[in-house]
Design a protein around this ligand. Structure first.
Ligand code: UDP
Ligand code: LCN
Length: 696
C-alpha cells in the first residue's frame, strides 16, 4: 500500500524520526530488547573511558546537581576529573577508618574541605559505598558500578505523573467509561515510588521531602466521584497528591462533562499550559521527572518536558493501533469515531520525545512469534493520504525498558491467610454471589451452590471479550455441568451507559443469557468499585475451588490476572498479549486462545474434571501461580527499576545535546504543522465534525 500511495503522490509527507539519530547506539540482539538501561550503562562506560576529558560530561552533570539551588555531591571547586578523583580517594580512606554507622553530620565538615557536598550517604558506610562506586567508574568505567552509582545519585525528588482522561480518583471510579487498570496502576505506582524515594533520600543523608503529583482532569459533573476536587492526597502516602486541572471551553469556562479518550485531543494543549502553571506553583519549581500515561498523558508530558527541560518517561498501558485491525491503513474510515489520525500522531511525538519508555512485558515492545509488539507495529507504517512513517519508533532503541507492575499485596493476598481474611465482608459477598433475585446490582442466580465458580471481572469493552466467555460457557454442556459462571463488569442496562462499546456489549450479554437459558448458572454483577471487597471476592471464589478466566481478544498487560494469582486463584488467561508472559502455560496457570472458544472452554472443563479426580491438582496450580508472582511481579521491584531509569536517563539526555536539540526541533515542527491541523478535525463537545485536511 505504501508504494501505491507514493506512486500517486511523490511528495506526500514522509517522516523519519531516525534521520537525526546519528549517534544514538542501538541494541542488536532481539533478546536484549527491553533492557535499555543495561545497554545505556554499558555504552556510557565505554564513552567515558580513555582520555581524562571523556569524563567531562559526568563531571558537568555532577556539578549541576542541586536541590533548590543547594549544591549536592560536589562543589564548584572540583572542576576537573583529577580533582574529583583525589577528593574521592581522600574521603574514601577517611570514612573507611570510621565506625560504619557514624552519621554523616559528624564528618560533614571534613567532606566540605575536600569539596564534597551532601548526598553521598547518611552514614560512613553508605558514603564509602557511593564514593567507591564513583571511584571505580572514574578509574575504569564499568556498567555494574555505573548502574550502582546512578542508583545512589540524588537527582529525583519530585515527580509529575500525567493520567488525564477518564475519571481518575480513589473511589467509585473503576468501571466508569475509559477508567480501568490505568488508575489502579498509577495509584499503586505512586505509593511504591514514594516509598522508594523516601528510602533513597534517607540513604543519601538528605533532609528533603519528596513530592509526587498525579495530574488528571477536573470533571465538574463528577457523578458521585471526587473528580471535581482540585487537590486530593493519595491514600497511604505522606507526600503525594492528585491535582485536577479542568479542560476549558472556547469561552474560557470549565468543561463540565466527561470526554471519551478518543475525543480528548482539542483540549490537551491548553491543558498542558494550565497544568504547568499549577505544577510550578505547587512544587515551587520544576519537577525532576515527568511520566506520561496513555496517548493523552504522554503528549502533555512531552509538551511539558520540552518546555521545562526535564527527564521524561512514557507508559502506554495499551497502544490503540494494535487493538483495531488495519487502523493505520483504514484510518479514514475510523476517524470520525476514534480519531486515530490524532492518536497515532500524538503517540509518535511522545515516543520520540521521551527519554525512556516503561513497558510491562517484552511482548508489549517486541511481540511474540505470532504477533507483532505494540511498539514494534509503530516502526514503519502508512496512514494513506496523511503520512508515511519511514521510521516511527525503533524497538532496538535503548530507551525501552521492562518494569512490570504488581498488585497491592495488602489487598490481594492468598485465600489461605485465614487470620487476614475480611470475614466482615462475607455477608455482602454472599448476597452478591448467591441471593436469588435480580436487582440493580446483579442479574441471574446460581442454582447449585456446590459447584466451583469460574469468575471474570473486566470493563465491558469489546476487546475484553466477556461476552465471548459467556458464549463459550453457553455452548459447552460439560463446562456448564461442572461449574457456575460469575461475571463482574459494566452496567446492567443499556440505558444506564453513555459509552458506545459498553452499550453494545450490555445488549449482547442480555441476548446470550436468553439464548442459552443461562439463569440458574450465571450471575452477572455490575462493575464493582471497592477494591478491598474485590480482593475478598477473588478469595471467596478460591474458597469454592474455582478459577479466574481472562478471555480478552487482546490484553496489553492484565492486572486482574495478577490480582487473581496473588489471591491463589488458578488462572486461565488469553494468549494474546501480556498474560501470555505473566503465566507460564500449564505451570503457573493456563493460556487460552480467545479466537477458539471451543478449545478454550474444553480446556477449562478438563481442568475441573481433573480437579474432581485429583483435588491436589487445584492446590498445585494455586501455589505455582503465587510463586510466579513473588518472583516477577511486585511493586517493589518496579519502583527500584523506574527510579534507576529516572537517574540514568537523566544523565543520558545530557549527552549529545546538539543532536537532541535538532530532533526536538523536528518534533516541534511536526507537532505544529501536522498534529495541530489534525486536532481541528476533532469536534469539541457540542460541535459538528469537520473534514480532515492535514497532509491530504
Ligand atoms: N476492576 C474493578 N472493578 C470492575 C472491573 C475492573 O475494580 O468492575 C479493576 C480490576 O480489579 C483491575 C482493573 O480494574 O485492577 C482492570 O485492570 P486490567 O489491567 O485488568 O484492565 P484494563 O481495564 O486496564 O484494560
Ligand atoms: C491498560 C490495559 O489494557 C491493561 O492491559 C493493563 O493491565 C492496564 O492498563 C495497566 O497497565
Amino acid at each position: 500500500c505504501c508504494c501505491f500511495f507514493r506512486a500517486r503522490d511523490d511528495n506526500s509527507l514522509e517522516v523519519d524520526f531516525s534521520a537525526l539519530d546519528l549517534s544514538t547506539p542501538h541494541l542488536t540482539l532481539p533478546s536484549s530488547i527491553g533492557n535499555g538501561m543495561q545497554f545505556v550503562s554499558r555504552f556510557m562506560s565505554s564513552k567515558l573511558s580513555g582520555k581524562p576529558e571523556s569524563m567531562k560530561p559526568l563531571l558537568d552533570y555532577l556539578l549541576n546537581l542541586n536541590y533548590r539551588g543547594e549544591k549536592l555531591m560536589i562543589s564548584d571547586t572540583i572542576d576537573t576529573a583529577d580533582k574529583l578523583q583525589t577528593a574521592l580517594l581522600l574521603a574514601e580512606v577517611f570514612v573507611a577508618g570510621l565506625e560504619k554507622s557514624t552519621p554523616y553530620q559528624n564528618f560533614e565538615q571534613k567532606f566540605q574541605e575536600w569539596g564534597l557536598e551532601k548526598g553521598w550517604g547518611d552514614t560512613a558506610e553508605t558514603c564509602r559505598e557511593t564514593l567507591n562506586f564513583l571511584s571505580e567508574v572514574l578509574q575504569a568505567p564499568d556498567p555494574i558500578n555505573m548502574e550502582k552509582f546512578f542508583s545512589r545519585v540524588p537527582s529525583v525528588f519530585s515527580i509529575v505523573i500525567f493520567s488525564i482522561h477518564g475519571y481518575f480518583g480513589q473511589e467509585k471510579v473503576l468501571g466508569l467509561p475509559d477508567t480501568g487498570g490505568q488508575v489502579v496502576y498509577i495509584l499503586d505506582q505512586v505509593r511504591a515510588l514514594e516509598e522508594e524515594l523516601l528510602q533513597r533520600i534517607k540513604r543519601q543523608g538528605l533532609n528533603v521531602t519528596p513530592k509526587i503529583l498525579v495530574l488528571t482532569r477536573l470533571i465538574p459533573d463528577a457523578k458521585g466521584t471526587k473528580c471535581n476536587v482540585e487537590l486530593e492526597p493519595v491514600e497511604h502516602t505522606k507526600h503525594s497528591s492528585i491535582l485536577r486541572v479542568p479542560f476549558k471551553t472556547d469561552d474560557g469556562k470549565d468543561l463540565r462533562q466527561w470526554v471519551s479518550r478518543f475525543d480528548i485531543y482539542p483540549y490537551l494543549e491548553r491543558y498542558a499550559q494550565d497544568s504547568s502553571v499549577k505544577i510550578l506553583d505547587i512544587l515551587e519549581g520544576k519537577p525532576d521527572m515527568v511520566i506520561g500515561n496513555y496517548t493523552d498523558g504522554n503528549l502533555v508530558a512531552s509538551l511539558l518536558s520540552s518546555k521545562l527541560g526535564v527527564t521524561q518517561g512514557t507508559i502506554a498501558h495499551a497502544l490503540e493501533k494494535t487493538k483495531y485491525d488495519d487502523s493505520d491503513v483504514k484510518w479514514r474510515e475510523m476517524d470520525h469515531k476514534y480519531h486515530f489520525s490524532c492518536q497515532f500522531t500524538a503517540d509518535m511525538i511522545a515516543m520520540n520525545t521521551s527519554d525512556f519508555i516503561i513497558a510491562s512485558t517484552y511482548q508489549e515492545i517486541a511481540g511474540s512469534k505470532d504477533k507483532p509488539g505494540q511498539y514494534e507495529s509503530h516502526y514503519a507504517f502508512t496512514m494513506p493520504g496523511l503520512c508515511r512513517y519511514a521510521t516511527g519508533v525503533n524497538v532496538f532503541d535503548p530507551k525501552f525498558n521492562i518494569a512490570a507492575p504488581g498488585a497491592d499485596q495488602s489487598v490481594y493476598f492468598p485465600f489461605t491467610q485465614k487470620q487476614a481474611r475480611l470475614t466482615d465482608l462475607h455477608p455482602q459477598i454472599e448476597e452478591l454471589l448467591y441471593s436469588k433475585e435480580d436487582n440493580d446490582e446483579h442479574l441471574g442466580y446460581l442454582g447449585d451452590r456446590s459447584k466451583p465458580i469460574i469468575f471474570s471481572m473486566a470493563r465491558l469493552d469489546k476487546v475484553k471479550n466477556i461476552t465471548g466467555l459467556v458464549e463459550w460457557y453457553g455452548e459447552n454442556r460439560k463446562l456448564r455441568d461442572l461449574v457456575n459462571l460469575v461475571i463482574v463488569g459494566g452496567l446492567l442496562e443499556p440505558s444506564q451507559s453513555n459509552d458506545r462499546e459498553e452499550i453494545e456489549e450490555i445488549n449482547k450479554m442480555h441476548s446470550l443469557m436468553d439464548k442459552y437459558q443461562l439463569k440458574g448458572q450465571i450471575r452477572w454483577i455490575k462493575a464493582q468499585t471497592e477494591r478491598v471487597r474485590n480482593g475478598e471476592l477473588y478469595r471467596c471464589i478460591a474458597d469454592t475451588r474455582g478459577a479466574f478466566v481472562q478471555p480478552a481478544l487482546y490484553e496489553a498487560f492484565g492486572l486482574t490476572v495478577i490480582e487473581a494469582m496473588n489471591c491463589g486463584l488458578p488462572t486461565f488467561a488469553t494468549n494474546q498479549g501480556g498474560p501470555a508472559e505473566i503465566i507460564v502455560n500449564e505451570v503457573s496457570g493456563f493460556h487460552i486462545n480467545p479466537l477458539n472458544g471451543k478449545e478454550a472452554s474444553d480446556k477449562i472443563a478438563a481442568f475441573f474434571q481433573k480437579c474432581k479426580e485429583d483435588p491436589t491438582y487445584w492446590n498445585k496450580m494455586s501455589t505455582a501461580g503465587l510463586q510466579r508472582i513473588y518472583e516477577c511481579y511486585t511493586w517493589q521491584i518496579y519502583a527500584t527499576k523506574v527510579l534507576n531509569m529516572g537517574s540514568m536517563y537523566g544523565f543520558w539526555r545530557t549527552l549529545n545535546k546538539e543532536e537532541r536539540q535538532a530532533k526536538q526541533l523536528y518534533l516541534q515542527m511536526f507537532y505544529n504543522l501536522q498534529f495541530r491541523q489534525l486536532v481541528k478535525t476533532v469536534p469539541k463537545v457540542g460541535e459538528q465534525p469537520a473534514r480532515p485536511t492535514a497532509g491530504s
